[in-house]
Design a protein. Structure first.
Ligand SMILES: Cc1cc2nc3c(=O)[nH]c(=O)nc-3n(C[C@H](O)[C@H](O)[C@H](O)COP(=O)(O)O)c2cc1C
Length: 224
């Protein structure tokens, strides 16, 4: 059995990727982790080229991924919150699942139906409430991914959330900029030091949840 992990953060080796990896590692199954960070993945352009054969015709880095998604027994998708929603790169990737949905002869569309999935959700604001959505900042991306899973009839075994580092920690102006995420989430007078920069290692309870989720994913696959 094979589990495919997708990290939808444009940043390599940051919290999203590490969280997806923690889930994958805990499955003890054959896994593959792909980061979208250096890939060109455009959104669905509704060309309908996939209607006849369920194969996306947009020529970019999605095509090899499309085959990997189909071949995997389970997928783990991780993404960060950007502007209070799922980031665009992951959204574009998930939009392309449209190619799996057509059933022109009535003999078996919904090609991802009954695949098993798990979600890694990251937000720089962590437990801060997201205005207008009745959710915490690090829950938002996961909720949006779950929506894509539901549409494609992917059975979600769970979500794990982690706080990532807002880019304001490294932009150079995080202590002075009036709209700095460092000030917003850590206090107006925050001083940037390695101790306050969030990362997965500082969230052992999240790592434990990721491990439990990976084991749950494996157990669910073993039941099939
Ligand atoms: C364009 C942009 C917008 C962001 N908007 C939000 C936001 O609305 N809420 C939040 O909690 N974090 C926000 N963040 C912070 C990211 O969620 C955070 O940096 C996260 O750690 C990114 O995941 P990564 O570390 O795996 O790259 C934003 C980051 C960027 C680059």
């Amino acid at each position: 059995m094979k589990v495919l992990g997708i990290s939808g953060s444009p940043r390599k080796s940051h919290t999203t990727e590490e969280l997806v990896k923690a889930i994958l590692d805990a499955t003890s199954l054959e896994t593959e982790l792909i980061s979208l960070h250096d890939m060109t993945i455009n959104g669905c352009i509704c060309c309908l080229g996939c209607v006849e054969d369920n194969v996306c015709k947009v020529r970019d880095d999605y095509i090899p991924l499309m085959h990997k998604v189909l071949e995997a027994d389970a997928i783990v998708v991780g993404a960060p919150n950007y502007f209070g929603r799922l980031n665009a790169l992951t959204h574009a990737f998930l939009e392309r699942f449209y190619c799996f949905r057509h059933d022109k002869d009535g003999l078996g569309g919904m090609r991802l139906s009954r695949k098993i999935g798990a979600i890694a959700s990251v937000g720089g604001g962590g437990e801060w409430e997201m205005p207008g959505r009745d959710r915490k900042m690090y829950e938002i991306a996961g909720e949006d991914i779950k929506g894509f899973f539901d549409y494609n009839e992917i059975e979600c075994v769970g979500t794990v959330e982690a706080q990532g580092a807002v880019p304001c920690f490294s932009c150079g102006y995080g202590e002075v900029c009036s709209v700095s995420g460092v000030k917003r989430f850590f206090g107006q007078d925050s001083k940037i030091s390695p101790e306050i920069i969030p990362c997965l290692d500082k969230q052992p309870e999240v790592i434990n949840k990721a491990k439990s989720l990976g084991k749950r994913l494996r157990d669910r696959l073993n039941k099939n």
